[in-house]
Design a protein. Structure first.
Ligand SMILES: *Cc1c(COP(=O)(O)O)cnc(C)c1O
Length: 434
């Protein structure tokens, strides 16, 4: 049989790279089939190695809020690269970047740049522990904070998709310091705080969950966490790796008007280059080396290409807040039209949407947490996903991932997506009835 190029490349990749991929979320494990290999993209159109074009709803899992190959980002990277790709010494662009983050997110007095969201979250809990002198952390089942050992206990995203809520290689010693609460359930948090009195350093939460599909916080949930943290002298960490600079200029904090003590960033902040960041109140951030004793470092942290790309993208978002309005209008349009189509096909579904994040769960349940997210019909999603792919729509290859819209999506593209969804849902329904 003649292989297409993705099939050929995937065979080759598996010879040299574990599972053929450098991150499991790309592997198509939960939808089956061959991951598509891409070679270029512009705006919302992404082109694979066989020259097939797709409308992209992954956006590199979030960073591409202004579309692929956004000209100011490309130019910034090109310009910076001529002056060397790294110094391992301070540069002016790092100050500009930190000032801009502070301007967009007023409670981030101090910010430290790292190279990924994982690093940002690992560092943030170390800081919280150093600051409070306490040991345990509370996280939420189905939330994902990167692949740091402390977080791979009932984690979301790829870890959820692979059906391995925790990972071999994480020691019991580490696992015992991570306590799991239920998302949108303040009682479960309060109980853990009581049981571990005076020993919870931090609560880390995705303010809008995006790694078990998109699940918004119920009214009062984030406010309740804020109060509990104040009461128990626990550091509240918002993991805004996904939501930061996406749900508004100031991320989920601004959108819900609940302000954390520490915030972590990734994805959008790097404009598609590997960047993460953690920041917050000066009082807490002052424990970080070299001011304080909590060690945290990185040879390539604050890298000039990465900072230039991130600065170009954040500047555009800072100067054009109307982008958020447009994005939300587009996502609401998509949501309404999807609802109509889902209703016409008489399917059980629950649709969650916040800003430019949206997910369909194929379930009769109301989806508010990990347990209800898991009621989604994964077989149905599989068929739906592949039928969409055939029709030129590239969705996240998992029922437990949010779709990310870019402002380069046009209403024509959204209409094409709905048309494809109508056909794909019809086929998925027929197959399910067989
Ligand atoms: C993607 C993500 C991370 C991990 O970031 P990486 O850059 O992949 O290490 C952490 N937290 C959340 C909420 C994320 O969505």
């Amino acid at each position: 049989m003649l292989l297409n190029k993705s099939e050929f490349l995937f065979k080759q990749a598996q010879k040299f790279i574990p599972g053929g991929v450098n991150s499991p979320a790309r592997a198509f494990k939960s939808v089956g089939g061959i991951p598509v290999f891409f070679k270029k993209a512009k705006g919302s159109i992404i082109t694979d190695e066989d020259e097939n074009e797709y409308i992209d709803y992954v956006g590199s899992w979030g960073p591409m809020i202004l579309g692929h190959a956004y000209p100011p980002v490309i130019k910034a990277v090109q310009d910076a690269s001529f002056n060397s790709t790294s110094f391992g010494a301070p540069t002016e662009i790092e100050i500009k970047m930190a000032e801009l983050v502070r301007q967009m997110v007023p409670n981030v007095d101090r910010v430290r740049m790292v190279n990924s969201g994982t690093e940002a979250c690992m560092s943030a809990i170390r800081v919280a522990r150093g600051y409070t002198g306490k040991e345990k952390i509370i996280k939420f089942e189905g939330n994902y904070h990167g692949h740091g050992d402390s977080f791979l206990i009932k984690a979301g995203s790829g870890a959820l998709t692979l059906g391995k809520p925790s990972s071999p290689g994480v020691t019991e010693g580490t696992a015992k310091d991570t306590l799991n609460a239920n998302y949108n359930d303040l009682d479960s948090v309060e109980e853990l705080l009581k049981k571990n009195k005076d020993n919870v350093a931090a609560i880390i939460v995705e303010p809008v969950a995006g790694n078990m599909g998109c699940i918004p916080p119920q009214p009062g949930f984030l406010e309740g966490l804020r109060e509990l943290c104040d009461e128990h002298e626990t550091v509240l960490i918002f993991d805004e790796v996904m939501t930061g600079f996406r749900l508004s200029r100031g991320g989920a904090q601004e959108r819900y008007n609940v302000w954390a003590d520490l915030v972590t960033y990734g994805k959008i902040i790097g404009g598609g280059l590997p960047v993460g960041a953690f920041g917050g109140k000066k009082e807490i951030m002052d424990v970080v080396a070299p001011v304080g004793d909590v060690y945290q470092a990185g040879t390539l942290s604050g890298n000039p290409l990465a900072m230039s790309a991130g600065f170009a993208q954040l500047s555009a978002l800072d100067k054009h807040p109307e982008i958020y309005v447009e994005l939300e209008e587009k996502t609401e349009y998509l949501k309404k039209r999807l609802q109509t189509v889902l209703n016409e096909h008489e399917l059980d579904y629950y649709l969650n949407q916040v800003g430019s994040m949206i997910s369909i769960f194929f379930t009769p349940e109301v989806v508010t947490d990990f347990k209800t997210a898991n009621t989604t019909n994964q077989e149905f999603f599989k068929v739906f996903f592949h039928e969409m792919l055939k029709r030129g729509i590239y969705l996240p290859p998992s029922p437990f991932e949010s779709w990310f819209l870019s402002n380069t999506l046009t209403y024509d593209m959204l209409d094409d997506t709905i048309q494809a969804a109508d056909e794909a849902l019809g086929i998925a329904k027929l197959k399910a009835e067989k």
